[in-house]
Design a protein around this ligand. Structure first.
Ligand SMILES: *Cc1c(COP(=O)(O)O)cnc(C)c1O
Length: 466
């Protein structure tokens, strides 16, 4: 499979390059040149384990033999606490797809465990080094660190705003003492961290000399890994209910997770609706109601991983929504950078999209859903998942079971649980054990030269002289 850009100004690239580069050189996002239809294979795939299914799906998009993919995928998911990797459980009126059984207890592990193995595989083939640079406000940093810790030929530098990530999320990063993991605590905001990462990536000479790489949510391999559980969950719920079609409710921030579901539907998976759920940062739910995509201020909520205004993967959706036209994407993106908004015409009675419907959950609603599910069903939802359940419940259909994606374990967000229930009942042994472990981090000013100096100091003996 080759990959093209949503902006249409690059020659197609192979899978390995797509995984190693992230953003396309014309500023667009990489997408597969075609989307395979798999309707004729669904009944055969239904009988596969999670790992077997992942190998089949990935073989369609990666230029890797099954014999190479199989051990790579298997290794990626041995660290998951459930043998099913992403089990589905029936809870009241919905089915919960538990995506939080990986090492950092958030759904980002599903993609980042695989990505670490893919990087390693490519580096073994091509030689060379990869130095990952990332900014985080919480979940991504720890999942990325756990994806590459202890691997050869790879270093990871994660910038977080000192004192502004939750103490628990900080410990999930700084207790990882592998020599290739570098936590940098910057005196500044998350935006400062992100701006410094951008500056270093935009310094092309520096980026090439130090082989900088990225793990951010636009990386194609992350989308690919996330497609698998839409298939897996559809099969499990169809087995349990006999339904012909299912619906998914997806707590959404950067539009990566739900985009994977969108592609699965385009491949022929029988999805009746994709329910896009946002918190008060509702640019995307407003878009799917009105066709207007307009930036607003970022508000802090109980579901911080969804506190996002501009969704980095949204451009991929626009490509398909605009009839697979790069020219249309360019027009819309130019409009968005000039005016801070873009408008997509509505499709007759079907609204913006016949498949995706949006909705939002407020802080009060999120707390109420957590309370209700704990009291009535004895099931504890994390605040991100609760937003999805809240919005999903508004789109229940008698013939299409609703599968709600559970994107984090509630113990990661125990302050929200205490606020909802008045009791501190969200715990997990992995997180409790972090309390007594030694930590390592380096404190730095929020200054690009200070960060550059750490990279140079750490990497200089590894790179060949220019
Ligand atoms: C990242 C994240 C999300 C949002 O996923 P996107 O792919 O950015 O839409 C939702 N919930 C949790 C817990 C997350 O970490």
């Amino acid at each position: 499979m080759k990959y093209i850009s949503t902006r249409g100004r690059i020659d197609p690239v192979g899978f390995q390059e797509a995984v190693m580069t992230g953003l396309a050189r014309d500023g667009g996002l990489l997408i597969p040149q075609s989307i395979p239809r798999v309707t004729d294979r669904l009944d055969q795939w239904r009988r596969l384990t999670y790992v077997e299914l992942a190998v089949e799906i990935m073989a369609l998009f990666a230029d890797l033999e099954r014999a190479e993919l199989d051990p790579l995928v298997r290794r990626s998911y041995v660290s998951f606490a459930s043998p099913e990797v992403t089990p589905v459980v029936r809870v009241g009126p919905v089915h919960i797809l538990e995506l939080f059984h990986g090492p950092t207890l958030a759904f980002k592990d599903v993609a980042l465990q695989l990505l670490g193995n893919l990087f390693e595989h490519v580096l073994r083939r091509t030689g060379g080094e990869l130095n990952i640079l990332a900014a985080t406000s919480g979940d991504t940093g720890s999942a990325a660190i756990h994806g590459v810790r202890g691997r050869d030929h790879m270093q990871i530098f994660v910038l977080h705003p000192a004192g502004r990530v939750s103490p628990l999320q900080e410990r999930q990063m700084t207790t990882v003492l592998d020599a290739n993991v570098h936590n940098l605590a910057l005196t500044g905001s998350f935006d400062d961290c992100q701006a410094i990462v951008k500056m270093l990536f935009n310094d092309l000479e520096f980026r090439d000399r130090y082989a900088l790489g990225s793990v951010n949510s636009i990386n194609w391999a992350r989308i690919l890994a996330q497609m698998v559980y839409y298939f897996y969950a559809t099969f499990r719920v169809q087995d349990a209910t006999g339904a012909a079609r299912v619906r998914f409710a997806v707590p959404t921030g950067n539009f990566g997770d739900i985009f994977a579901g969108y592609l699965a539907a385009r491949m022929g998976l029988p999805i009746g609706r994709l329910v896009l759920a946002t918190n008060e940062n509702d640019i995307l739910s407003r878009f799917f109601a009105t066709g207007e995509y307009r930036k607003g201020p970022v508000r802090l909520t109980l579901s911080p991983s969804m506190d996002i205004q501009v969704a980095s993967n949204f451009e991929r959706y626009l490509y398909y929504r605009g009839g697979e036209s790069a020219r249309q994407v360019n027009t819309w993106m130019d409009q968005f950078s000039a005016q801070g908004s873009l408008t997509v015409p509505l499709e007759g009675g079907a609204g913006v999209d016949g498949l995706i419907v949006g909705g939002r959950g407020t802080t009060e609603e999120t707390l109420a859903v957590i309370r209700r599910y704990q009291e009535k069903e004895g099931y504890l939802l994390d605040p991100h998942t609760a937003v999805g359940v809240q919005v999903g419940e508004a789109h229940l259909h008698p013939d299409e079971p609703m599968i709600c994606l559970a994107t984090a374990h509630p113990a990661k967000f125990s302050e929200a649980i205490v606020r909802a229930l008045g009791r501190d009942i969200a715990h997990h042994p992995i997180l409790d054990a972090l309390r007594n472990l030694p930590t390592r981090k380096e404190n730095l000013p929020a200054d690009v030269d200070a960060v550059r100096a750490v990279l140079v100091r750490t990497l200089d003996h590894r790179v060949k002289p220019a």
